[in-house]
Design a protein around this ligand. Structure first.
Ligand SMILES: Cc1cc2nc3c(=O)[nH]c(=O)nc-3n(C[C@H](O)[C@H](O)[C@H](O)COP(=O)(O)OP(=O)(O)OC[C@H]3O[C@@H](n4cnc5c(N)ncnc54)[C@H](O)[C@@H]3O)c2cc1C
Length: 375
C-alpha cells in the first residue's frame, strides 16, 4: 500500500531491492559481487538515505527514534533478501555514520557528493599482522587491509591507518573501480557474493584520501562498538530467512502436523522473536545515546551474544527438521545456511559476552535496573 511516511517507503524499497530469488543462487560463486542488487539500492535512493536531508539524504542515520527504527527495519529487510547484500549495505551505512559523526563539515560535504554520485562506501578495519595499513608523517600510505568486503567495487572505503606513534586515523580513500583488489583468498563456505578480499594501499598518499575525525576517534565509546547493532539487524534478516525456509518446507511437505516438527519450529520462532526484540532495544539504546557509553555497549554486547546463539540454534533446528534435503544445492536452506553460518562470525564474540557480564558485576545497580525499562 503506498504510504506518505518516507521511512516506511524506504523499508518497502529495501525489501523490493533485495528480493530477487534467482540472483542469490547465480551469485553463489567465489569472487562474485551483487552488482545489479547494489544498482537497485542506488536507484531506490538507499545509498544516499543515511545522509541528513541537507546533504541530500533521508536522515536514516539521525538520532530521531523513528529514523533508528526505520534503519533497523531496512537493514533486516535487506539481510532477509540477501545476506551478502546486507553485509555490503551495512558497511556502507556504517562508513557514512562514522563520516557524519566525526567528519568536519568540509569532509562531510565532499563525501556526501560522492554518495550522491553513487559511490559505494565500506569500513575496512581488519588487517594482516604484520603488514597493516600505515600512514607516515609525509602523508604516504603503505600496507594492506584483509577481509575487505566489496573489494574492487567499494570505491570509498573508510579505513583505519596506524600512525608512527601507534594511534589510528580514519581516512576515506578515493579508489578507482576494480583497483588494488585481490579476491583470491576468499574461499569461504558462504557469503561468497561479498567480494571480500585483500586491498593493498602502497603508493597512495593523502592526496588520494579524505581524513575523517581526530586520531583514535574510531574506537571512541560508545559510537563504533554500539554500532554493532547494525550488523545484528542484518543477521536477524538472515535468521528470519532460514526460519522461513524451515517453515515453508514443513508446509510444502505436509509434515507440519507432527508434534516433533511443531516443537522445533516453535523453538525457532521463539529464537527469531527474541532476536527481533533484542535488536530493536539495542538499536534504540544506541541511537538515543542517552545512557552512559558503557551501559549502551554492554547491552549491544549482550544482544551480540544472544543473536549469535539464536542464529546457531535456528540453523540446527531447520537442518534437523528438513533433514538431508536441506543439504542439497537446489534446496533454499542450503545456501541460506552457509551464508548465515559465515556471517555469524564477527570479531571477538567471547569478549562481547564477558564484557557485558563484567559491566553487570561492576555496576552499582541490581539486574533489573541495569538498563532502562523503555528505550
Ligand atoms: C562476510 C564477511 C565480511 C567481512 N567484511 C569485513 C570488512 O568489510 N571489513 C572488515 O574490517 N572486516 C570484515 N570482516 C571481518 C570481521 O569484521 C571480523 O574480523 C571477522 O569476522 C572475525 O572473525 P574471527 O572468527 O576470526 O574472529 P576472532 O575475533 O578471531 O574470533 C575467533 C575466536 O577466537 C576468540 N578470540 C578472539 N580474540 C582472542 C584472543 N585474543 N585470545 C583468545 N581468543 C580470542 C573469539 O572469541 C572467537 O571465539 C568480514 C567478515 C565476514 C564473515
Amino acid at each position: 500500500m503506498p504510504t506518505s511516511d518516507p521511512f516506511s517507503a524506504l523499508v518497502g524499497a529495501a525489501e523490493a531491492a533485495a528480493r530477487a530469488p534467482d540472483e542469490g543462487a547465480e551469485l553463489d560463486r567465489h569472487g562474485a559481487f551483487p552488482e545489479a542488487a547494489v544498482a537497485r539500492l542506488r536507484a531506490a535512493r538507499l545509498l544516499a538515505a543515511p545522509l541528513p536531508p541537507d546533504l541530500g539524504g533521508a536522515g536514516l542515520c539521525g538520532s530521531d527514534p523513528a529514523a533508528g527504527r526505520a534503519l533497523c527495519r531496512v537493514l533486516t529487510a535487506v539481510g532477509r533478501g540477501s545476506l551478502p547484500l546486507g553485509r555490503l549495505y551495512e558497511g556502507h551505512v556504517n562508513a557514512l555514520a562514522l563520516v557524519l559523526r566525526y567528519g568536519d563539515p568540509e569532509a562531510q560535504e565532499r563525501l556526501a557528493m560522492d554518495v550522491r554520485d553513487g559511490h559505494l562506501f565500506g569500513v575496512w578495519n581488519t588487517e594482516p599482522e604484520p603488514g597493516g595499513l600505515a600512514l607516515d608523517g609525509d602523508g604516504n600510505l603503505s600496507g594492506a587491509k584483509i577481509y575487505a568486503s566489496g573489494a574492487g567495487s567499494v570505491t570509498r572505503p573508510l579505513v583505519t591507518a596506524r600512525l608512527g606513534d601507534g594511534r589510528r586515523q580514519m581516512l576515506v580513500v578515493l579508489l578507482e573501480p576494480g583497483a588494488r583488489a585481490d579476491l583470491s583468498d576468499w574461499r569461504a563456505q558462504g557469503m561468497r557474493a561479498t567480494a571480500t578480499g585483500r586491498v593493498d594501499f602502497g603508493g597512495l598518499t593523502m592526496r588520494d584520501a579524505v581524513a575523517v575525525g581526530a586520531v583514535d576517534d574510531y574506537l571512541r565509546p560508545p559510537f563504533f562498538l554500539a554500532g554493532a547493532w547494525r550488523f545484528l539487524a542484518v543477521q536477524l534478516g538472515g535468521i528470519e530467512a532460514v526460519a522461513e525456509a524451515h517453515r515453508a518446507h514443513l508446509a510444502a511437505t505436509r509434515r507440519g502436523g507432527d508434534p516433533h516438527q511443531q516443537a522445533r519450529l516453535g523453538r525457532a520462532l521463539i529464537a527469531v522473536e527474541t532476536c527481533r526484540l533484542l535488536v530493536a532495544r539495542a538499536s534504540a539504546l544506541a541511537v538515543a545515546e542517552t545512557e552512559d557509553p558503557e551501559r549502551i555497549v554492554a547491552y549491544v554486547n549482550l544482544a551480540r551474544a544472544a543473536v549469535e546463539q539464536a542464529g546457531l540454534d535456528v540453523l540446527a533446528l531447520a537442518q534437523r527438521s528438513v533433514g538431508l534435503a536441506g543439504f542439497h544445492e537446489d534446496h533454499p536452506l542450503e545456501r541460506l545456511s552457509r551464508d548465515l553460518a559465515v556471517y555469524l562470525r564477527q570479531p571477538a564474540p567471547d569478549a562481547a559476552l564477558t564484557g557485558a557480564a563484567a559491566f553487570a558485576c561492576a555496576a552499582d545497580s541490581p539486574v533489573h535496573r541495569l538498563w532502562p525499562e523503555e528505550a
